[in-house]
Design a binder for this molecule. Structure first.
Ligand SMILES: [Zn+2]
Length: 89
């Protein structure tokens, strides 16, 4: 089992805009959370080791730009990003 350590500071962390016109390339990962881990979390307990391990990894999507929502390509990477970090409202 190879667990991925997640620093507490990264849980729910605010994303930082790399600057106007700069893409924010990201890769999204999705992990399956087992029934036992959910039960422990529902009880306010530590879900235990292996929450983000290779066996639970379901898919990786990307890379793509978080701001302009375009999938990575050499063409897009050479163009300025036209997206933003979100609705300022
Ligand atoms: Zn972009």
């Amino acid at each position: 089992m190879n667990a991925t350590p997640v620093p507490q500071s990264k849980i729910g962390a605010a994303l930082v805009d790399p600057g106007r016109g700069e893409h924010l390339w990201t890769i999204l990962t999705m992990y399956r959370v087992g029934d036992n881990a959910i039960r422990r979390m529902n009880n306010g307990e530590n879900p235990g080791v292996g929450l983000l391990d290779h066996e639970n990894l379901m898919t990786l999507e990307g890379p793509g730009c978080f701001k302009c929502e375009q999938p990575y390509s050499k063409y897009i990477a050479h163009r300025k990003c036209t997206g933003s970090m979100g609705d300022p409202a």
